[in-house]
Design a protein around this ligand. Structure first.
Ligand SMILES: Cc1cc2nc3c(=O)[nH]c(=O)nc-3n(C[C@H](O)[C@H](O)[C@H](O)COP(=O)(O)OP(=O)(O)OC[C@H]3O[C@@H](n4cnc5c(N)ncnc54)[C@H](O)[C@@H]3O)c2cc1C
Ligand code: SF4
Length: 348
């Protein structure tokens, strides 16, 4: 790999990196796409709650989709508490997917668009003490074509929310067929005057661009899809990038450092190529790819500069309707139906 000539290096083949690599390669650029995690295939799906899950009860002792237990993050419960080290086998370690496809491999695929109002919260509601709420510099209308493109490229099924933003086109696929919970929930909710609907999911409800429809297995959130029906970047845009012949994928390549020149511009990097997901033999590299035009796509850097990284934690709890699930239901996929009659607004 040393001395290979590429136009762009994309570090992290997750949701964002996978899409960026595909866009660059399809535009004719030579791309190296690196990810610290493994490149799983359907053969790695083992339908076993004790070994196949992302959850911490996974008996392999590590989170299925990484990281290994030697990795740590810092965590503080509140601003007055000193930060403590939290290792990957601690429940407080944030849920991440460190593999090709990133979080989209083990996620549940809820694929919401932001509401028009979300782009101008400060104008609508004013400053909130202790927060840094700002209006976006762009509007929903600016972003709408890109939402649409992503929904069609990845493959999203579902219906628009009754209180959701306007859309030019429907989702590319119909919703999943109603299961027992939906058959109970929908008529009951409608009797109450509520508006149940099928939320957007990154899942195929029917054959889509060569991938089969979802088989409604019992292992979705936290698991690798055994039929490639979950529309992760690993089975959608990353294969498209590789198909161009201009993108090379380097799995288990952990980038440790990006070096900079005297003017602060990136000029090189170093990585460790892991031989095993749990660590094992590691090999150090220190190299530059000749001819690389260094451009940083760096949300983290931007948030650090703005002193925002790590300050906020967006946690959403949602009620569920477990009571509707009887012993006959073995579905763990309970996100195919929703009630969403309110948007945060207090202005009607
Ligand atoms: C279980 C679960 C359920 C979720 N459910 C939903 C949902 O329903 N809807 C939704 O919108 N979102 C959901 N998410 C969140 C969503 O997956 C993430 O927001 C999204 O994947 C983030 O995209 P990203 O590109 O920023 O990072 P990621 O997708 O996490 O990709 C980052 C990639 O970078 C790699 N990487 C990191 N450091 C290095 C390094 N030093 N060197 C090389 N590679 C590196 C990682 O291995 C990873 O593959 C869920 C996430 C999880 C884990
Ligand atoms: S529920 Fe469907 S999309 Fe989810 S893992 Fe199973 S087959 Fe794949």
């Amino acid at each position: 790999m040393s001395g290979a000539s590429v136009d762009a290096i994309v570090i992290g083949a997750g949701a964002g990196g996978g899409i960026v690599a595909a866009e660059l390669a399809q535009a004719g650029l030579r791309v190296a796409l690196l990810d610290r995690g493994r490149n799983f295939t359907v053969a790695d799906a083992d339908d076993n709650e004790l070994t196949g899950s992302h959850a911490l009860y996974n008996q392999t002792g590590v989170q299925r989709f990484g990281p290994d237990a030697t990795e740590f993050q810092t965590f503080r419960g509140d601003p007055g508490t000193p930060a403590s080290k939290v290792y990957a086998d601690d429940y407080r370690f944030s849920l991440v997917g460190w593999c090709v496809g990133g979080g989209t491999v083990s996620y549940q695929g809820l694929s919401w668009r932001f509401h028009q109002k979300t782009f101008r919260l400060k104008s609508l509601y004013g400053s909130i003490p202790g927060s840094t709420v700002e209006d976006w510099p762009i509007t929903y209308d600016d972003l709408e074509p890109y939402y649409e493109k992503a929904e069609y490229e990845l493959g999203i099924c579902g219906e628009a929310s009754p209180v959701g933003p306007q859309r030019r086109k429907p989702y590319p696929m119909r919703p999943l067929d109603d299961d027992r919970e939906a058959q109970l929930l929908f008529p009951a909710a409608r009797r109450l005057g509520w508006k149940p609907f099928h939320p957007p999911l990154a899942v195929t409800s029917e054959e889509y661009r060569g991938r089969p429809g979802c088989i409604r297995c019992s292992y979705c959130i936290g698991y690798l899809c055994e039929v490639e029906a979950k529309s992760s970047t690993a089975v959608t845009v990353i294969p498209q990038a590789l198909k161009t012949g201009l993108c090379t994928l380097h799995a288990q390549a952990v980038v440790r450092e990006i070096t900079v020149d005297g003017r602060g511009r990136p000029n090189g990097w170093s990585m460790i190529r892991r031989q095993s997901p749990k660590g094992g033999t590691a090999e150090n590299f220190s190299e530059s790819w000749e001819g690389t035009r260094w451009k940083a796509f760096s949300a983290i850097r931007i948030t650090n500069v703005a002193r925002q990284a790590g300050r906020f934690w967006d946690f959403r709890a949602r009620p569920d309707w477990d009571a509707l699930r009887g012993s006959r239901s073995r579905s763990t996929f309970n996100r195919a139906h929703d009630i969403n009659d309110l948007f945060i607004t207090n202005d009607g």
